[in-house]
Structure formats: C-alpha cells, structure tokens
Design a protein around this ligand. Structure first.
Ligand code: NAD
Length: 359
C-alpha cells in the first residue's frame, strides 16, 4: 500500500447511478477504509443545479483524483435539453479531457450465471474476454462531421473515420500489455485485432500498425487479425477462443455490447477507461441510468462494485483487494444471491450485503 492518501472521485449521476454507486462506496469503505472518497454532481443532476452537466470545478477535481467512479447519466427528464448541455455531453467531455483512449470492457461469465446467458451453457462456461476499444478518436470524433443540405434539396449526413499511427499504436500497446498478463490456451490466445482492412483505408493502416508494433515490441504475445464482421460472428459461435479483443471506437462499441450479452445481465458489467500513466482512470458500469427501475431500490449493484474492483486493480495498485472483491461477487452468486435482472428478488442493498458478507 502506498503512503500517499489515495482519492476516489465519485460521480453518482442520475437514475440508478446514485443507488448502485452508494453500494460500491460501502464496499470501498469496507475493503479500503483509508481511501478518501469525494462526491460531486455529474450529468442531469449537475445540469439541474448549475445549468451544465459538468462544471469546470468538477472537471478539475477529476484531473486531480487518483481515479473516478461514475454511476450513470441521463433520463427522459433531460430529453429536451440542448445537445451540448445534455447529461451525455458530460461523459464525452470528461473522456476527451482526460484523454482516456483505452476502454477496457471485460466479458466474464461467473460460473453461477452460465445458465443465464443467451448462448448454450457450454459455450460460455469459463468465458473470460477482455475487450480493448479505442475511445477518443475514430468516426465518433473525426472531422468533417455534420448534416448538410445539397443543392438539389436533399440532406446528407457526414461522419469521418480517421486514425493516426500514434492513436492506433497507443491503444494496441495497452492490448498487448494486458495480454501479457492474461496467459490463455485458446485459439486466439493473445490479441485478436479487428478492423475492416478489406474495405477501409483506416482499417488497413490499423492492421499495418498493429502488426509493426507487435514485431517491434510484443512478439512474445500471439497476434491474430480478423475482419470486424467475422469477429461479430465468432463471438457468438466460439467466444471462448478469444482472450483480448482489440478494436477501434465504432467496432469496439458494437463488439463489446455483443460480448456483454453473453454473460447474463447488463447489470453485471463494469468498464475502465485509461489514458497515459499518471492520468486518473475513469470507471463506470456499462449500463445506463435505467429510468424504468430508478428509485425502486432493485437495480443490480454488481456492475458498479466490479467497476470499483477495476479501480483497485488498474488505478490504485491494489490487486489483492481487487481479487477479493471479485471473489466475493462470485461467492455471493454461488450462494444464490440474485437481483430481479438475474431472475431473483433481492434489493440493491441486499445484493451488496450478500457480497460484503464474503469480504
Ligand atoms: P439502460 O442501460 O439504462 O437500461 C437498459 C435496460 O437494462 C433497462 O430495462 C434497465 O432497467 C436495465 N438495467 C440497466 N442497468 C441495470 C442494473 N444495474 N440492474 C438491473 N437492470 C438494469 O439503457 P437505456 O434504457 O437505453 O438508457 C437509459 C438512459 O441512460 C438514457 O438516458 C441513456 O442516454 C442513458 N445511458 C447512460 C449511459 C452512461 O451513463 N454511461 C450509458 C447508456 C445509457
């Protein structure tokens, strides 16, 4: 453990965000009482108070924290708000300003939940994929990006897919490093890099740069390439073949959502977004604010608790605590702990209690 006090900035957000992060906070207080946790408004609740979904003050506190744990943002209440003031604008700003370019999304199937997957049990039993998605470039950010009116009166929407060699290499390096720590004996045992090099120049550059970086620095890690559409098929045909899946922003978005459905419920899935060393990591459940169940106390807190597990592992240098949180979630599920999304009737608090019992 380091001697400097570590700070976690908690941004509960909207809807079920505050409900699930409260439970993650209880777990954090239990396993790491020395961790300093600060809380701030973020998303719709910040807009309601300050007229902006993310104030400069909170942005600057985020930059100074060791890690940031977000709940979720958004909801119908803010549907009519201008786009640049919507809760989701806060997410894009914080990711961009921290330049957290590597989005890690594990798709892990807890043994007790293998039967809850959309796929046959034998296809997902033991499933453990880490998806590394490029998060701050590509078609979501490339310029030009607009809707224009053509001389003939038709309208045209334009988005630009663009990647530089540096942007490709830094996220690929993350994937290779992760694969080094995740030895597997599967068909694609190292990094499986996905693009559309058959039809896209950015895809061709992606494949060339990943191949070059591999030869220069990571030849000890197995590297395979696959077209993104073929990878989408492989994920439902033989997902256990895959260890670390690397993809750009757009394909990574789609492939990680697909992979998440293999594991049971969206309420189980954490994520981490990492930048250069020294930049605080940004952690959040994959799910949104779930307005349909907000305020009922029935949301599954596991995605938030596993996001805390990733905080401990990737930002705070406390892998032993991370391991114990992960094991406690597995044991609670083995005990039969289930919230409604998993087919049970436990409340958010009861599920967290079932996990805390094993810590
Ligand atoms: P959602 O993830 O909020 O909900 C989808 C479905 O999954 C709902 O039926 C919900 O009840 C269920 N669900 C989600 N999390 C759950 C949990 N922890 N436990 C049990 N059930 C859970 O997605 P949506 O309905 O498309 O979006 C709702 C709002 O959230 C929108 O405003 C959207 O913009 C926002 N959103 C925010 C984020 C984020 O903050 N990162 C991500 C996605 C969506």
């Amino acid at each position: 453990m380091t001697s400097k006090t570590q700070t976690l900035l908690l941004l509960p957000g909207d809807g079920i965000g505050p409900e699930v992060t409260e439970e993650a906070c209880r777990v954090a207080n239990h396993v790491a009482p020395d961790l300093q946790i600060e809380t701030a408004f973020f998303g719709g609740v910040s807009y309601d108070h300050f007229g902006t979904p993310l104030t400069d003050e909170v942005m600057s506190r985020a930059k100074q924290a060791d890690a940031i744990l977000m709940g979720a943002v958004g909801g119908p209440k803010w549907d009519g708000v201008p786009r640049d003031k919507r809760p989701e604008a806060a997410l894009l700003r914080i990711r961009k300003e921290l330049d957290v370019y590597a989005n890690l999304r594990p798709a892990f199937c807890f043994p007790a939940l293998a039967g809850a997957s959309a796929l046959k049990t034998e296809l997902v039993e033991g499933l453990d994929i880490m998806i590394v998605r490029e998060l701050t470039s590509g078609v979501y950010f490339g310029q030009p990006k607009h809707i224009e009116t053509l001389p003939n009166g038709e309208r045209r929407g334009v988005d630009t897919q663009s990647y530089t060699t540096g942007e490709i290499r830094r996220v690929a390096a993350r994937a290779f490093e992760l694969a080094r720590g995740r030895k597997r004996d599967s068909k694609f045992a190292g990094v499986l890099s996905c693009e559309k090099s058959n039809v896209m120049d950015s895809g061709l550059l992606w494949r060339e740069e990943v191949t070059k970086l591999h030869a220069e620095q990571y030849s000890d890690v197995k590297l395979d390439h696959m077209l993104a559409d073929a990878a989408a098929m492989h994920l439902v045909k033989a997902p256990k073949d895959i260890n670390v899946l690397l993809a750009d922003n757009l394909f990574g978005d789609i492939l990680s959502d697909e992979a998440s459905m293999l594991t049971g419920s969206i309420g189980m899935l954490p994520s981490a977004s990492l930048g250069e060393p020294g930049v605080p990591g940004l952690y959040e459940p994959v799910h949104g604010s779930a307005p349909d169940i907000a305020g009922k106390g029935i949301a599954n807190p596991i995605a938030a608790i596993l996001s805390l597990e990733m905080v401990m592992r990737w930002s705070l240098g406390r892998p032993d605590i991370a391991d114990s949180i992960f094991a406690a979630v597995g044991k609670a599920l083995e005990d039969g702990a289930r919230t409604a999304d998993l087919g049970g009737s436990m409340s958010t608090r009861q599920m967290a209690d079932a996990i805390l019992k094993h810590l």
